[in-house]
Design a protein around this ligand. Structure first.
Ligand code: ADP
Ligand code: MG
Length: 398
């Protein structure tokens, strides 16, 4: 189904209000430490500028909880945008009000105005209709390109759609939907999902949704231990979600009905505690000592998982396979990440979702070596779980 995108709009001379996701990490001196999300929004901004639009950008940053917090100003983003776009970028010290309105109205074609942090107003998260109406007053056309925020129905992502009839999805949102929805709903087979990370809850819903589509599920990371426990193994001090054991067991049983093979680690790196200074040991997964916790998949597991990825045409990866932040426990995650890059090179489609998984790809220098890295953690999970994301429904409806 074709969706409405900015390609369907006539924007010349129009004030186009674009909801972007500039929720980027800043250090203590307000320096941007990673501008992945800014760069991801550039294709949409450039397209609108080239077509002669007056581009007004709005975003949230962090959790100011309705208060004006200087450390959470979007000002540094305006500076960074200027460099990327090589263009004039004005900055408004608020996102609504008469001054902002005047600024928006005085913009020339091909100029950019970035509004201050939307969440300095509590009304944003409350999806307050009056606040949404005030935002809407700034523009003729509304574009949503904030995939990372699309699981939140806030004033700038949902309410505003009531007040601006001309609207469309930006390129980033469209690209995310193309891979996470269109492609993964109907993937080239064999299709393998690699699932890891810290928690079972939030991801277990994905597993059930993948049944019927996916041929292999490779489980690693913290979530593996709830599954091993469900199989009756002792897991020592490893991460466990007690209340998800039954569900894990159910999933292991159900997989057979769907011709899906679920793989669990056969060997594991264990330590007495998570720290830089401990000496890692290798054990079989049915032999985890009571005073140890699992922090990475072992070499045999890595080899088995790599072999399956090697013969896959589609791979979805969500969640690191170990505590990759500590170099001694990052080998499993790095090996799998490199395998993903390798099969991408050979023509497989590889999609990475989840904030920490994206961070791992960056750490290993592999950002450009996979087909698609999602800019949304929570949003990609909810989309993959088959949930309705209201902002996406509102913006893509023809
Ligand atoms: P994503 O953001 O990619 O969805 P999660 O947020 O679910 O991933 O999980 C990421 C975290 O999981 C990482 O910080 C990593 O250290 C942690 N993790 C991975 N394996 C383990 C493990 N065996 N024990 C504890 N934490 C783990
Ligand atoms: Mg995370």
């Amino acid at each position: 189904m074709a969706r409405l995108t900015i390609d369907d709009l006539k924007v010349e001379g129009k004030r186009v209000l674009v909801r972007v996701d500039f929720n980027i990490p800043l250090d203590e001196n307000q320096n941007i430490t990673d501008d992945f999300r800014i760069r991801a929004a550039l294709p949409t901004i450039r397209k609108l500028l080239n077509d002669g639009a007056k581009v007004i950008l709005m975003s949230h940053l962090g959790r100011p909880k309705g208060k004006k917090i200087a450390e959470l100003s979007l000002k540094p983003v305006a500076e960074r945008l200027k460099k990327h776009l090589n263009n004039r970028v004005f900055f408004a010290t608020d996102c609504v009000g008469i001054e902002v309105k005047n600024l928006a109205n005085s913009l020339q074609n091909g100029e950019v105005l970035l509004l201050e942090n939307l969440r300095f107003h509590a009304e944003e998260r409350k999806n307050d209709p009056d606040f949404a109406a005030k935002l809407a007053e700034l523009a003729d056309i509304y574009v949503n390109d904030a995939f990372g925020t699309s699981h939140r129905a806030h004033a700038s992502t949902a309410g505003i759609a009531e007040y601006i009839s001309q609207r469309a999805a930006g390129y980033l949102l469209e690209k995310e939907l193309h891979y996470l929805k269109d492609y993964l709903d109907n993937p080239e087979k064999p299709y393998t999902a690699v699932l890891g990370g810290a928690k079972v809850s939030g991801k277990i819903e994905i597993i059930e949704k993948l049944f019927g589509k996916v041929q292999n599920i490779l489980i690693g990371g913290g979530m593996a231990y709830t599954f091993l426990k469900a199989k009756g193994y002792e897991i020592g001090k490893s991460l466990l979600e007690e209340d998800k054991i039954d569900l894990a067991l159910n999933i292991l049983k159900k997989a057979k009905e769907y011709d899906c093979t679920i793989y669990l680690p056969t060997d594991i790196i264990v330590v007495p505690e998570i720290s830089d200074h401990v000496v890692p040991e290798l054990v079989l997964s049915d032999n985890i000592p009571p005073d140890r916790m699992g922090v990475d998949i072992g070499p045999e597991t890595t080899m088995i998982y790599s072999g399956i990825i090697d013969s896959s045409e589609t791979v979805l990866w969500n969640g690191p396979l170990g505590v990759f932040e500590i170099v001694q426990f990052s080998i499993g995650t790095e090996s799998i990440a490199r395998k993903l890059a390798e099969v991408t090179e050979k023509g497989a489609v590889t999609v990475v979702g989840g904030g920490d998984s994206a961070a791992a790809m960056k750490k290993f220098g592999l950002m450009s070596k996979v087909t698609h890295i999602s800019t949304g953690g929570g949003a990609s999970l909810e989309l993959l779980s088959g949930m309705e994301l209201i902002p996406i429904t509102l913006i893509t409806r023809k």
